[in-house]
Ligand binder design. Structure first.
Ligand code: NDP
Length: 443
């Protein structure tokens, strides 16, 4: 009998297992695939490495204006792909080692509930006093004829060759990040989205700027364009037929149409764990499911689908249940970023949210061409924006698009979370010349 059985060795599961074991619990973790989960194996980490790889295309172009002559620069997809996959392998090994160092037993296989304290893993029954569901989410694929011919981000990291023409369905994080990657690496990219906007939830002006820049880079966008069906031709090319009557031909179709919680086949009903209408495990603010001995964290609960949030939930769970320190996750002011080309990031209220919620607000923006772009003759402008509550003078939102925006925003997020005022931003001396100095110079 274990004190804790964790189902799923992703970011949330590994953190919970390690911390609970550190508190002295006897812990096992079940995983059917590799240790590390979406973020490490087929998400954030390999994606960011591809973004770095793709960005060299611009750096090499810009290099000429800085005096560098680089002739016959060539890109080999398989070199980048294999190096990224090797790095993923290394990180997965480190995660495995961490679990072993904490005496967490790794149980290989797919877990299904038998009861509220029993789980079957490949024919073997495992018992635990407490069980944590941390099975994450998987890509959603629209239920239309022929969609099985498409891939998802899971497969994008393993492609044999770069597609000459790729259609990406969706207009969210994954669609925009991969549109930037494939565009920079030389594919012809068409993004098709069911609605008329990209990146719902981000500040409108920042999204518009990304759309403009993406169009300038040659990425094509089709809006109000849900898929009707997909046909595979004998030569392997795909014809993506849209519900608006248009069609697009491509070599690869990639779905980035959201992610759904991994609860299918888990047998939650046998453990008294209720699932909501979207397939997510229902939890309260202490990560408790409807069964007293079972908890859930991360994407499987469909709260905020971000790795650092899953990790916080897992830490809070372990501190509460095994550390004697009841902890709730604070979901206020979660910063986030999209690693598009260029990247964008935001924290707090968008302009329209602030207008609706606070009424009287003031907006400060800086719309500028970064120094490096000026010398490179790159006509690409960055945009920084602060949303200020007139009543208190507090900065309630910060949004930006431009080189290194996620790196800069992480630091601004501390100030926004701390409730600092615009006046306090202004009291801070600029570091010159930087892009980030714009934030303390906004008039
Ligand atoms: P997103 O939720 O970001 O975007 C989904 C997109 O697909 C939206 O444009 C949406 O359209 C469209 N869509 C949703 N459902 C359907 C459907 N049934 N049929 C057709 N289109 C649909 O999801 P992603 O897949 O891009 O990413 C999943 C999650 O992973 C993100 O929400 C994010 O939390 C996380 N993630 C975070 C990253 C980061 O932090 N940088 C990177 C990658 C992923 P509509 O315009 O109508 O909303």
């Amino acid at each position: 009998m274990y004190d804790l059985l964790v189902i799923g060795a992703g970011s949330g599961g590994v953190r919970a297992a390690r911390v609970a074991a550190g508190y002295g619990a006897k812990v096992a973790i079940a995983e059917e695939y590799r240790i590390g989960g979406t973020c490490v194996i087929r998400g954030c980490v390999p994606k960011k490495l591809l973004v770095y790889g793709a960005h060299f295309a611009e750096d090499l172009e810009d290099a000429a204006r800085f005096g560098w002559r680089i002739e016959n620069a060539q890109f080999e997809w398989t070199v980048l792909r294999d190096n990224v996959l090797a790095e993923v392998e290394r990180l997965s090994g480190l995660y495995t080692q961490t679990l072993r160092n904490h005496n967490v037993e790794i149980l290989r296989g797919r877990a299904t509930f038998r009861s509220s304290t029993e789980v079957e893993i490949d024919g073997r029954i495992v018992r635990a006093k407490t069980i944590l569901i941390a099975t994450g989410a998987r890509p959603h694929i629209p239920d239309r004829p022929g969609c099985e011919h498409g891939i998802t981000s899971n497969e994008a990291f393993h492609l044999d060759a770069l597609p000459r023409r790729i259609v990406i369905a969706g207009g969210g994080y994954i669609a925009n990040e991969f549109a930037g990657i494939f565009n920079k690496l030389g594919s012809t990219v068409t993004v098709i989205n069911r609605s008329d906007q990209i990146l719902r939830g981000y500040d409108e002006q920042i999204r518009d700027r990304l759309l403009q820049i993406s169009l300038t880079k040659g990425i094509r966008f089709l809006f109000n364009a849900p898929i009707d069906r997909v046909e595979k031709r004998p030569d392997g090319t795909l014809l993506v037929q849209l519900q608006n009557g248009e069609s697009v031909e491509c070599d690869t179709l990639m779905f980035a149409t959201g992610r759904v919680p991994n609860t299918d086949g888990l047998g939650c009903e046998r453990a008294g764990v209720e699932i909501d209408e979207r397939g997510a495990v229902k939890v309260d603010d202490m990560n408790r499911t409807t069964c007293p001995s079972i908890y859930a964290v991360g994407d499987v609960t469909n709260r905020v689908q971000l790795t650092p949030v899953a990790i916080r939930e897992a830490q809070a769970f372990a501190d509460t249940v095994f550390g004697g320190k009841p902890t709730k996750v604070d979901y206020d002011c979660i910063p986030s970023a999209v690693f598009s080309h260029p990247p964008l990031a935001g924290v707090g209220l968008t302009e329209s949210e602030a207008r609706n919620r606070l009424g009287s607000i003031k907006i400060y923006t800086s719309d500028f061409r970064p120094m490096k772009h000026v010398l490179a003759n790159r006509n690409e402008r960055a945009l920084y924006k602060l949303v200020v509550d007139n009543a208190t003078g507090r900065v309630v939102g910060a949004h930006m698009i431009g080189p290194d925006a996620p790196e800069i925003l992480q630091v601004v997020a501390i100030a926004v979370k701390a409730g600092l005022t615009k006046e306090q931003f202004d009291q801070t001396v600029a570091i010159h010349p930087t892009m980030a100095e714009e934030l303390v110079l906004l008039k």
